[in-house]
Ligand binder design. Structure first.
Ligand code: SF4
Length: 877
């Protein structure tokens, strides 16, 4: 057996992982007990990493226009295309769109080539969609993009306020740490501010279901409250900040009273008072915020309205007291550090004359971008306008993740040369690429990442490269060489890149900049190979836990800035009576556009198809039954998803997950509805406030297929979802054209005749099962009169059985479980495959009242713990 210490490639929590290669070659995943982010814990996604590592679907060789080619040919072509474009249309005609999935070394080299050698800042990252508003807010307040606190603060505080953060699903291990801290410290209170009652509310002492987009009123109200009730830290304000009077004046003028805050934010006055009182009277407060704050057309103001309150009370730079932005991606922070964003230079430097000169001298580059480049949304608008002729996309899937998918599609279609570096062959984006470059995946590449608390850790190699895949920094350097910059990109190892990057962070720094890891610039290859997690900045070998402990900030006068916030509604604010407000986000078991988590059946058991959460009263008003298909639309496009009733959803609002791509669902890409509306300061798109309409989807027939082998979806299926299963595949399908003869249709679709058949034309039921040697190969259930289809679970459990019994064969056509085979319900615990009905029965039968008792009976919730909020909800209900 061999053990490898590495880092989970998913969320910004940045958990340490130990991969064990067992004697039989199998890989086992465990949490790293020594890693300071997780101390051995992993969530459901991290626990299932080993199941996503197959070569299925991987891009294994370079391709030009769909034809496999050699690295030499493809690199020559890419360099030639870039050079031709620069020569003919200027350097601004070339752009890179990169990703928080890249490792820091890859990110650094891409940024160096574009800004320092091609000489334009047209490089932006998908982190723009994730936390650009926090970056902008930090810079406005602190002078630098500095995350002040650390994870320990969450455990050492007495009050955690979560704003726009479903920590339980999006940063599950941080949530587990918070939950554990709450259990050991009864004084620790948790307040959640979120329009939805999410799984995070499971441990909340108070939930404020705020009207979407009104956070700035709430926090301006808090600033007023702190002043009126004498809770300000005047000494801190005086010594360490400027701009307080102006910020307070605007807060007072725009909203003097709590009843007004209550009215605008849609909250109860007593809840607001409770929040304000707790914030004011608790010395140690951590305010955690993420996408609900950042992904907004007023995101930067939201961030600063929160920071203002921390500055006003001196709750910053102290143990257990800090504003805390948690990042979405594994290396969103690394991207911020290396200048992956179009509006910053490497190592937290800016586009000032002094900084561009400093970077250019360090790189010894012939040129350097002098001003910020195009931010993600504007960059793709320039592609669509024909201004960008060569676009190189690295490790991201913008056709699914950027707003207005149909527009992005048009832009890629129009672009003369689209180059995509990826480890996955067929994504929505690679379909539009002229050139595909196979990149190494997790486990095949090495390099560093930075998590939400500024902790730098290293992803390690434990797998052979897949096919001809190469590391991103190697690919970029090879292009740089072909563009004539060989001696500046002559890296032999990843460690070479890291050393240069670390040295730049210390170049002419002299303590004036927050980011400094220059002590690592002389790291030996062997030390780099064994890299130990460390928080930046680094001084005398020790990482910095907290910034601003001395009250000194990175502004010219070392004082933090209060930012006056005039509250505004999101740019698409409309009359809620006419429309619904669509909010998008993540779900517990999926990651981004599902190119990896979609490969494991286990992670599709919890929520397996795109859905919309809707309040039952809203659904009934729109004549939408629970679990029926609905169309959600606006002027940009439409999606078709399954309605799920939920009282956790606020009236007039909808929630749709962001993950589904067009490889897995015909109409599940929610970003096709999202507008290209961004925050004026940060350029981050608004993903939480989109006016839409909803109506029932009226297909002629609906059905499902459970089948051992993958199936090419035929044109008769106007709507479909493709779901991986342990035994094969599940397809949910619907059609808008009447099918007169299902027997003939099945012959056409599958070329098979000898089915077990049940038909009840009066009620529209058509059911088929196909067996070979008494083993189930496939089943198909259709209804063309709008009648409900049976649950799928009972049938699924029959695929791995030999010699099906008579009751089991009955199940094939009824869908109802036989008495020998209890219906377990939808999966809640994916680690131990425990269903909702099993849990409900155990709770009733054994009078179980705690999650610990459930764990003892069923093991559910005892591994990654991601399902604990749902188990608690079942116990309470
Ligand atoms: Fe990975 Fe889960 Fe940890 Fe995030 S919380 S880094 S997804 S194991």
């Amino acid at each position: 057996m061999r053990h490898f210490k590495t880092i989970c490639p998913y969320c910004g929590t940045g958990c340490g992982v130990i991969v064990t290669r067992e004697e039989n070659g199998q890989l086992k995943i465990q949490g790293d007990k020594e890693h300071p982010a997780n101390f051995g814990r992993l969530c459901s996604k991290g626990s299932a990493l080993a199941e996503t590592l197959s070569l299925e679907g991987r891009l294994l060789s370079p391709e030009i226009n769909g034809q496999t080619t050699s690295w030499e040919t493809v690199l020559d072509l890419v360099a030639q295309k870039i050079q031709q474009s620069i020569d003919q249309f200027g350097k601004e005609s070339v752009a890179f769109y990169v990703s928080g999935q890249l490792l820091t070394e890859d990110y650094y080299v891409a940024n160096k080539l574009m800004k320092g050698f091609i000489g334009t800042a047209n490089i932006d990252t998908n982190s723009r969609l994730c936390m650009a508003s926090s970056v902008a807010g930090h810079k406005r307040a602190f002078g630098t993009d500095t995350v002040a606190g650390c994870y320990e603060d969450i455990e050492q505080t007495d009050l955690v306020i979560l704003v726009g953060s479903n920590l339980a699903w999006c940063h599950p291990v941080l949530f587990q740490r918070l939950n554990a801290a709450k259990q050991t410290n009864p004084n620790l209170k948790v307040i959640v501010i979120d329009p939805r009652k999410t799984a995070t509310c499971d441990i909340a002492d108070l939930h404020l279901p705020i009207q979407s987009g009104t956070d700035t009123w709430l926090f301006n109200g808090l600033l007023n409250f702190l002043r009126t009730n004498d809770y300000l830290d005047f000494e801190f304000i005086e010594k360490h900040t400027t701009g307080f009077s102006e910020a307070l004046k605007i807060a007072k003028e725009t909203l003097p009273s709590i009843p007004q805050v209550a009215q605008i934010c849609g909250l109860q006055e007593n809840h607001i008072v409770e929040l304000y009182r707790r914030f004011a009277q608790t010395k140690k407060v951590v305010t955690i915020y993420s996408q609900g704050v950042n992904q907004s057309s007023i995101g930067t103001d939201k961030v600063n309205s929160i920071i203002n309150c921390h500055l006003a009370t001196g709750k910053i730079g102290k143990i257990g007291a800090t504003p805390f932005s948690v990042t979405g991606q594994p290396n969103a922070m690394g991207g911020r550090e290396v200048g992956g964003l179009a509006n910053q230079l490497a190592v937290h430097l800016e586009f000032t004359e002094q900084h561009t000169d400093l970077v250019q001298r360090f790189w010894k580059s012939p040129t350097i971008a002098k001003q910020a480049g195009l931010k993600a949304v504007n960059l793709f608008q320039a592609v669509e306008a024909g201004k960008i002729k060569v676009l190189w996309i690295m490790a991201t899937n913008p056709l699914v993740s950027l707003p207005d998918s149909n527009f992005i599609k048009k832009a890629l279609e129009k672009c003369e040369c689209v180059i995509v570096s990826d480890c996955v062959k067929n994504t929505d984006t690679t379909a539009y690429a002229n050139v595909l470059l196979p990149a190494l995946a997790w486990g095949e590449k090495e390099g560093t990442v930075t998590n939400s608390e500024r902790c730098i850790s290293k992803q390690q190699i434990f797998l052979e490269p897949a096919g001809e895949a190469k590391s991103d920094w190697w690919i970029i350097s090879e292009i740089a060489k072909r563009l004539g910059f060989g001696k500046f990109f002559n890296y032999q190892t990843t460690a070479d890149v890291f050393r240069e990057y670390a040295a730049l962070s210390g170049f002419e720094n002299q303590g004036t900049r927050d980011f400094n890891i220059s002590e690592l610039s002389s790291i030996l290859n062997e030390e780099y190979a064994q890299f130990k997690p460390i928080q930046w900045s680094i001084s005398k070998g020790i990482g910095k836990k907290r910034f601003f402990e001395d009250g000194k900030f990175f502004t010219p006068d070392q004082k933090a800035r209060f930012i006056p916030i005039t509250p505004q509604y999101p740019k698409q604010f409309i009359d809620l009576k006419e429309n619904f407000i669509l909010n998008t986000g993540r779900i517990r078991d999926q990651w981004h556009t599902m190119t990896r988590t979609g490969k494991t059946a286990r992670l599709l058991k919890h929520l397996f198809e795109p859905f919309v959460m809707i309040r039952p009263c809203d659904a009934q008003r729109a004549e939408i039954p629970d679990n029926s298909l609905v169309k959600i639309k606006n002027q940009r496009g439409e999606i078709i998803v399954r309605a799920k009733y939920s009282n956790d959803q606020m009236r007039g609002t909808l929630f749709v997950p962001m993950h589904w791509n067009q490889q897995l669902s015909s109409h599940g890409t929610v970003n096709s509805l999202i507008a290209q509306i961004t925050d004026d300061i940060s350029g981050q798109p608004e993903s939480k406030f989109t006016p839409v309409q909803i109506e029932p989807y009226k297909s002629i027939w609906q059905g499902f297929i459970l089948i051992k082998n993958d199936w090419k979806i035929p044109k008769e299926c106007d709507w479909w979802v493709r779901i991986r299963q342990d035994f094969g595949w599940q397809f949910e399908i619907a059609g808008e054209t009447q099918i007169e003869d299902w027997d003939a249709q099945l012959l056409k679709w599958f070329g098979k005749k000898d089915w077990l058949i049940y038909q009840d034309k009066k009620n529209g039921h058509y059911r088929y099962a196909f067996l070979e040697n008494a083993r189930l190969i496939m089943t198909l259930f259709i209804n063309d009169l709008g009648n409900t289809l049976p649950p799928r679970n009972a049938i699924k459990s029959l695929f791995n059985k030999e010699n099906l019994t008579i009751p089991e064969r009955m199940t094939l056509l009824t869908g109802q479980p036989s008495s020998e085979m209890p219906d377990v319900g939808e999966t809640v615990c994916t680690c131990f495959n425990v269903g909702r009905k099993t849990l409900q029965q155990a709770i009733k039968q054994h009078h179980l009242t705690t999650v610990e008792q459930i764990g003892e009976h069923l093991k559910a919730g005892t591994n990654c713990g991601s399902c604990l909020p749902e188990i608690r909800a079942l116990i309470s209900s």
